[in-house]
Design a protein around this ligand. Structure first.
Ligand SMILES: NC(=O)c1ccc[n+]([C@@H]2O[C@H](COP(=O)([O-])OP(=O)(O)OC[C@H]3O[C@@H](n4cnc5c(N)ncnc54)[C@H](OP(=O)(O)O)[C@@H]3O)[C@@H](O)[C@H]2O)c1
Length: 390
């Protein structure tokens, strides 16, 4: 970890929807001794964010504001060299993310983001993993709802299971909540680039290799009714299974033969039909510029669910693990998945990298590899529940 830096944490993108929530979380919970700064491209907007923070915590009056733009590499170099950990909510990451990863890898600065974009994660591994490893930087993607509940929840579940036996884990996700403009833009862009994403994934797999003395892979169930959960399981086209399998490839504790499946859980067949129809329509619309632009107008950048809408949000991820003669159910659950809890997860990831005693890692690593149980404990203290069900 970088020493002798002016700030423990710099939050880049502090003026966006999730960035503001993350700033508010740090103002409330970061502690009086935290040395942190807000960064973004607009000094006026940064000033507004700081004014709001002062209402929450008068100690925020002295927080520095750093001007930085993804199109200005010198500003990102200065930002990366000023901090022990940089947190970024500047997305879509495939458009805006790379220069900051490059700056942090070069400066040996720890980095966390909120991406759920597989192409971005794989590209960054291909281009910056070696530099980050050489310079001692931990580049940790997917520290929001994508993919902390799945990655940490599976790790939590694994640790209750017998060691050195083949294990299979299935995760069933239920959510109630809505999305921001930034999330909509990132998701639509990712859907329009599925072909490219597959190519980059294969290039990474060819270079990265995979364990030779253990097996790590996916469970490939199609749509089905699962009696144990009393509902339908729809294979979820999200990044979480890739992150979980990478954690399993990195750590022997996942056993000699580890299989993981990740599904959305729905109660009624009619909801499944609605979901599949809606997903197909969005997937098709994302491929063509005119329909893509119409989709993006649903919600603009900076816009997102109101406080009242967020207060009604919730998520539950139900894990069923089997192996070594044991079957176990665990659950990770919390409030508004996309924003309130995501801001908490992101901020606590940054605090964990800055202050916790963690395993020695460097390069592009998963949340479990970088922070594991220390982050589970932090999130539990802040109200996200990790528990064994039976
Ligand atoms: N995985 C998850 O669970 C999860 C949950 C929530 C969000 N996200 C992701 O987080 C990202 C942000 O979402 P959001 O809703 O907060 O988006 P948003 O409100 O549109 O915020 C985007 C931020 O990026 C900044 N930005 C844009 N271009 C920039 C540039 N050239 N230089 C510097 N800063 C620039 C914006 O600055 P200005 O204010 O100056 O425009 C703003 O601060 C998205 O990629 C979204 O998918 C992920």
């Amino acid at each position: 970890m970088a020493k002798g830096r002016r700030y423990d944490i710099v939050l880049f993108g502090a003026t966006g929807f999730t960035g503001r929530l993350t700033a508010e979380y740090l103002a409330r919970n970061g502690g009086d001794t935290l040395r942190w700064a807000l960064a973004g491209r607009s000094p006026d907007k940064l000033g507004e964010v700081r004014a709001r923070l002062v209402d929450l915590n008068a100690g925020c009056r002295g927080i520095d504001l750093l001007q930085a733009d993804v199109d200005d590499p010198a500003s990102l170099q200065a930002l990366a060299e000023s901090a022990r950990v940089v947190v970024t909510t500047v997305g879509p990451y495939i458009v805006h993310g790379e220069p900051l990863v490059a700056a942090c890898a070069a400066a040996g600065t720890d980095y966390v983001d909120l991406t759920g974009e597989p192409e971005f994660v794989d590209r960054m591994w291909l281009k910056y993993h070696d530099t980050a490893r050489t310079n001692g930087a931990r580049i940790v993607h997917c520290c929001g709802f994508d993919s902390l509940p799945a990655d940490l929840g599976c790790w939590f579940t694994m640790q209750q299971m017998p060691e050195d036996v083949p294990l299979r884990v299935q995760a069933f996700v239920r959510v109630g909540g809505t999305f921001s403009g930034g999330t909509l833009h990132s998701a639509v862009l990712a859907l329009s680039r599925l072909g490219l994403s597959g190519k980059v994934k294969r290039a990474r797999r060819a270079r990265e290799g995979w364990p030779v003395d253990r097996r790590v892979g996916g469970l490939h169930h199609g749509l089905r009714y699962v009696r144990e959960i009393g509902g339908w399981a729809v294979p979820a086209p999200v990044i979480d299974p890739q992150i979980v399998q990478r954690s399993a490839a990195a750590l022997d504790r996942y056993g000699p033969d580890f299989r993981y499946g990740h599904y959305l859980q729905l109660k009624k067949a009619s909801s499944v039909a609605q979901l599949l129809g809606g997903t197909a329509a969005v997937l098709i619309a994302a491929q063509f510029k005119p329909t893509r632009e119409r989709l993006l107008k649903i919600r603009g950048p900076g816009d997102g669910p109101s406080e009242a809408q967020r207060a009604k949000g919730w998520f539950k991820v139900h894990f069923i693990a089997e192996g070594g003669g044991k079957t176990l159910r665990c659950e990770v659950a919390g409030g508004d998945p996309g924003y309130g809890e995501t801001a908490k997860m992101l901020a606590e990831s940054a605090l964990s990298l800055a202050f916790d005693k963690l395993p020695r890692t460097a390069g592009c690593v998963t949340p479990v590899q970088a922070m594991g149980n220390a982050l589970i404990e932090r999130l539990q203290r802040r109200g996200i529940r990790f528990r064994v069900l039976e």
